[in-house]
Design a protein around this ligand. Structure first.
Ligand code: DAH
Length: 332
């Protein structure tokens, strides 16, 4: 009888490994372990056995049922994986769009602009740095000399992230926090540009985007002057737009620079485009990063890349830059 039980168990296990669908598995489970299963038949016979034989057969029956249950569970989890993979495959959406002519596409205009400007600055000996788009208050504001209740915080319409304490984590409102990260990690001389995506909680229109790009520039060295700042801005204006373009500075205010200015660039037709902010790095900002303002001075500027690219390429609505319309994108 024991041999019969072992034999049934072996056959059951072989049957289970041959099953290929969850439905077939459920049916086989009923056949193997249900009331009418072959193994259940032995229970009736057991009553006719003597004490020792009953114990032995009982133990063999339990062992067989256990082995079969385990094999069922194991096979079920295998088949569930197979079924999930098959479902994912059958529900997969083909999102690739085949374009006639085998055109593989190209980098987005804003990415091209970033790369072109990086090339200009790398050619001058600058390095390129990046920072996180989700920032803490220290880097986005406090280290940049925005006091806790400084009204300039309100100039930057901030998206707050629901992490940490209230208003502690933000989507960076500008690339200036990367200046702080660079100065925290590197000793002067620093010659660095920092491109990246920034976020402002404001309505979008033809000249404003809620998600846009800036390029930040930071120089910290001995003897850096406002003249170096103005010269660098004029140099990159000409390098990017061409020799007919010039720039000018207008007095302004930013907490992290003193003195501060805004800069505009002049098109060959004489009209001006407001591009960004700049100034001499505020001594408090240098101290916040462990750099001695008595020994070093620096300048910084930052401006919108989307606007810059749109101006050069005659794009009149910045929202186009965020579109996926291939007819727009393939023009650049
Ligand atoms: N971060 C400023 C903004 O987005 C722009 C700016 C102003 C950057 C002055 C600078 C700077 O580096 O020195 O409004």
């Amino acid at each position: 009888m024991i041999d019969d039980i072992r034999h049934i168990q072996d056959r059951a296990l072989a049957g289970l490994s041959a099953v290929t669908t969850l439905d077939d598995l459920a049916a086989l489970e009923r056949d193997l372990l249900g009331k009418t299963a072959e193994l259940s038949g032995f229970k009736k016979v057991m009553g006719t056995l003597d004490h020792d034989a009953r114990r032995e057969v009982g133990a063999a029956l339990n062992a067989a049922r256990e082995a079969i249950s385990e094999a069922v569970a194991q096979r079920r989890s295998e088949l569930e994986v197979v079924a999930a993979v098959a479902r994912a495959e059958s529900e997969r959406l083909d999102l690739t769009e085949v374009r006639a002519g085998g055109d593989a596409g190209h980098l987005h205009l804003v990415t091209q602009t970033i790369e072109e400007l990086e090339d200009v600055f790398v050619g001058l000996g600058f390095s390129v740095a990046e920072g996180p788009e989700v920032e803490d208050d220290w880097h986005n504001f406090t280290a940049l000399n925005f006091g806790a209740f400084h009204p300039a915080r309100d100039m930057q319409d901030t998206f707050f992230v629901g992490l940490g304490g209230p208003r502690e984590v933000v989507m960076r409102t500008h690339t200036s926090p990367v200046q702080i990260r660079v100065m925290e990690n590197q000793r002067p001389p620093i010659y660095s540009v920092m491109p990246g995506r920034v976020y402002r909680n404001e309505a979008t229109d033809a000249t404003h985007l809620a998600v846009f790009h800036q390029l930040e520039c930071l120089v910290v060295d001995r003897g850096i002057t406002f003249g170096h700042l103005a010269g660098t801005i004029d140099m990159f204006t000409k390098a990017y737009f061409g020799p007919g373009w010039t720039s000018r500075l207008r007095p302004s205010y930013f907490p992290f620079t003193e003195p501060s200015a805004e800069f505009d660039i002049q098109r060959p037709d004489g009209t001006w485009l407001e591009l960004g902010g700049c100034g001499m790095v505020h001594p408090n900002v240098l101290s916040n990063c462990g750099i001695d303002p008595e020994e070093y001075s620096g300048f910084a500027f930052g401006f919108g890349l989307d606007r810059l690219a749109a101006t050069r390429h005659g794009v009149t609505d910045l929202r186009e830059l965020a579109s996926t319309d291939i007819r727009f994108l393939e023009q650049f």
